[in-house]
Design a protein around this ligand. Structure first.
Ligand SMILES: [Zn+2]
Length: 318
């Protein structure tokens, strides 16, 4: 099946997809996918197939997050069954107050349906995002065993794991994000958050990580399989090496709580950055007239601007 804004390069397994523009205003992922396209025109693929995907082309064109609905919340479990698609009950969303009980296929739902066939057959999918709030780069994990090693190749500031609170398979609804949709179909789906969406200085770094991923998965032939003797540390450098190795381990933040607004009138006490570390006892905001106090030193993750009643305020990790 030919799908618009999807480029396929190579043949056979493994299938690897790089996805940009799932949210149309997150430029880093879009630029990285474009750079991968030029790169793969020159570079020989020795094994497997690479798919380059601009997930939400209309939103990219309009420089908007989405047209009708968040594309990263509409991948439905029943996509593989055309009869079931007609009868999808689209409201199984994340938060009861955001539910839209329409059966109509809007732009994003149609696009998700078109992409679902390609995404569900992938072995690895790297969905490149940026955050609305300023802050650090991170990779989200929900299945550490499968995802951690690949995630570390992106050299993010943090790895953020939701495995403990949401589990490997989150079955609260039938509608999934791209990473979880891929994982439900047996692949490894990874969401990379490259930092603030207005900051495009990370394009080169993320691009080179994507190339490293292809080397790691042996899709491309790395430049230097053999290490040069001159790169080897001399014996006296031992402590330096250990230090460098230690530094290269990405800190892991474990999400321990999802904060939900009970009132729909939530106000932050200040504008927190994504993945900002906040000390125990801090009042991070008020929900109605109730103060929200941190019970331990915590990282704030995905702080929402105007959470709805019953909707997510943020995640807390430690
Ligand atoms: Zn995004």
């Amino acid at each position: 099946m030919q799908v618009e804004n999807v480029k396929k390069i190579g043949n056979g397994k493994p299938y690897i997809a790089f996805v940009g523009g799932t949210h149309g205003d997150e430029l880093t992922g879009i630029e990285v996918v474009k750079k991968m396209e030029s790169f793969l025109e020159e570079k020989e693929i020795v094994k497997g197939t690479v798919f380059l995907i601009i997930a939400n082309p209309e939103a990219v064109k309009q420089k908007k997050r989405f047209i009708d609905e968040d594309l990263n919340r509409v991948f439905h479990l029943n996509f593989s069954d055309p009869e079931a698609v007609k009868n999808i009950n689209w409201w199984g969303g994340e938060s009861p107050n955001n539910l839209k009980p329409k059966k109509k296929l809007n732009y994003e739902r149609k696009r998700a349906l078109d992409l679902s066939e390609i995404l569900s057959m992938q072995d690895f999918v790297f969905d490149i995002h940026s955050t609305i709030q300023k802050g650090k780069s991170f990779v989200l994990l929900f299945d550490e065993k499968k995802q951690k090693k690949l995630a570390e190749l992106f050299k993010p500031d943090f790895l953020v794991s939701t495995e403990k609170i949401f589990g490997k398979h989150r079955e609260r609804s039938k509608i999934f994000t791209i990473d979880r949709f891929v994982s439900l179909h047996g692949g490894v789906g990874i969401t990379i958050e490259t930092g603030w969406k207005e900051d495009v200085s990370k394009v080169e770094k993320v691009f080179s990580s994507c190339k490293e991923i292809l080397d790691f998965l042996e899709v491309t032939e790395p430049k230097n399989r053999q290490q040069s003797l001159f790169d080897m540390p001399s014996p006296s450098d031992d402590s330096e090496v250990k230090l460098a190795q230690k530094r290269s381990i990405t800190p892991l933040v474990e999400v321990y709580e999802e904060k939900i607004s009970c009132t729909g009138y939530f106000h932050w006490s200040q504008s927190w950055k994504n993945l900002e570390k906040i000390p125990k006892g801090t009042v991070i905001g008020t929900d109605g007239d109730r103060k929200m106090v941190l019970e331990k030193d915590s990282f704030i993750i995905f702080p929402k601007v105007n959470p709805t009643k019953g909707g997510r305020i943020c995640l807390l990790g430690a």
